[in-house]
Design a protein around this ligand. Structure first.
Ligand code: AMP
Length: 431
């Protein structure tokens, strides 16, 4: 593979850049096409041109595409591998059928930004991808064997499809949390496990926590250093972060995304002795128990019904399903517990910020998380809480609430596109 070509004057003359944001997993490829540049970033005037997902790569794939402002279209077609998936995306995006005026040919895509799950201790910020960076991402496979290989295939596929001259950025889920101090990232385990194998807390969802922290300070007109908040990313995966002076101080996911809050199918925190105990009872290996902790626990495990919070809320209200109710209660309780812990860890905060599918949409979960937090200064505004759903951004606490509460829809793809453009333009300031 050739080295990244120097960026040409041609690119510097663009009014804005069309950035293809790719999130390639083991058998899925998600994408967004975003038009942005430094000027658009400053004015929050970036444009989402299209998005989509290809699922079940390797067989008869399910393809969902949607262009700005139009209905999603679903189809099926054989998609052999990640490269074929990227080609399928490009074919659609550049076709007259998609109706995307800004992109008529491959040449109208000016950069690719990749979501990369694990950047280990090496990647503390987003980077432009070259051979050395690619090797660095490969070195982190050990820490994220289920995720990084898919991300690498996405990078290689984009190189093959666009050629080595097209700039590609890597934005890491772990990078934002690289500011954690050692007392927050080290486990109380034999220190040589950290030295030998880099066993430590890395944290994930960093792009989301960073994005909502950025939006929060835009909403309040604050500088980065004045950002003292607790961010709650509650989706199918869930994590909390304590952000102090704009930096991540602690976060609930650990060496892997399994630790911390209760999630759709992940257990979050448990006593590690359970693994051996249940393994012996059920005749399961440690790997098999690990699979249960990741795929059959959390909301799904407790309820025995579903990992979907909306369905659980419906079930508990409409049919009075006890275990559905219990799943929601345990979920909210765990979040509340982390809020308390992070307020103590950070020496207080100015706001709580809810994001993610549950955090953005469920007024009930937000209310139940905040219940009992009055003593620490949380006063929800019930009407504002109820009215803030469906990707709306806003304050949901009462005027004068000592700890403000916000809902801020996340947009990790936007941050990936912006970081890619900033890297290309040589902007080094921290965001
Ligand atoms: P995400 O992984 O961020 O897409 O979030 C997915 C989760 O958000 C699922 O558990 C959904 O049930 C949940 N969700 C989406 N809309 C709502 C809603 N209106 N009320 C409760 N949960 C919701």
């Amino acid at each position: 593979m050739g080295r990244l070509l120097p960026f040409t004057i041609y690119h510097l003359l663009f009014a804005n850049m069309n950035v293809l944001v790719l999130n390639c997993g083991s058998s899925t490829a998600k994408f967004q096409l975003i038009a942005t540049d430094l000027d658009q970033i400053a004015r929050d005037a970036d444009e989402h041109l299209a998005s989509g997902v290809i699922e079940r790569i390797g067989g008869e794939a399910i393809i969902t595409f949607s262009a700005r402002g139009s209905e999603a279209r679903r189809s099926t077609a054989p998609v052999r591998d990640t490269r074929a998936a990227v080609e399928t995306v490009i074919r659609w995006v550049t076709s007259a059928d998609s109706g995307i005026e800004e992109v008529k040919s491959v040449g109208d895509i000016h950069a690719v930004g990749h979501r990369v799950v694990h950047g280990g201790e090496r990647f503390k910020q987003s980077v432009l991808i070259d051979e050395d960076v690619l090797r660095g991402i490969e070195d982190c496979i050990d820490l994220a064997p289920l995720h990084n290989p898919g991300n690498i295939r996405g990078i290689q596929a984009a190189r093959e499809v666009f050629g080595p001259g097209l700039p590609q950025g890597a934005v890491f889920d772990t990078a934002f949390h690289q500011t954690l101090p050692p007392h927050a990232y080290l486990y109380a385990l034999p220190y040589q496990w950290y030295r030998r194998y880099r066993v430590r807390r890395y944290g994930f969802h960093g792009t989301s926590h960073r994005y909502v922290a950025y939006r929060y300070r835009r909403l309040r007109g604050l500088a980065r250093e004045q950002t003292n908040i607790i961010t709650l990313h509650l989706g199918n995966g869930c994590s909390a972060a304590a952000i102090k002076g704009g930096d991540s101080l602690d976060t609930s996911m650990g060496m892997t995304p399994l630790e911390g809050l209760v999630m759709g199918t992940r257990s979050g925190d448990i006593d590690p002795a359970i693994i051996d105990f249940v393994g012996a009872k059920e005749g399961l290996s440690a790997q098999e128990v690990d699979l249960v902790l990741n795929k059959q626990s959390g909301l799904l495990g407790i309820s025995g019904l579903t990992n979907d919070m909306r369905e659980l809320l419906d079930e508990s209200h409409e049919s009075g399903d006890r275990r559905a109710g219990l799943a929601v209660e345990i979920f909210c309780y765990r979040v509340r517990k982390y809020v308390g812990a992070y307020l103590a860890a950070a020496g207080g905060a100015d706001a709580l910020v809810f994001t993610g599918g549950i955090g953005e949409n469920s007024a009930e979960v937000r209310k139940r998380v905040c219940e009992g937090l009055g003593w620490m200064g949380v006063e929800l505004d019930p009407a504002a809480n109820q009215a803030t759903t469906a990707r709306r951004e806003g304050l949901i606490s009462r005027e004068g609430s000592r700890l403000a509460v916000y809902v801020i829809p996340t947009d990790e793809e936007l941050l990936i596109a912006r970081d890619t453009v900033r890297l290309i333009r040589g902007v080094t300031q921290r965001f």
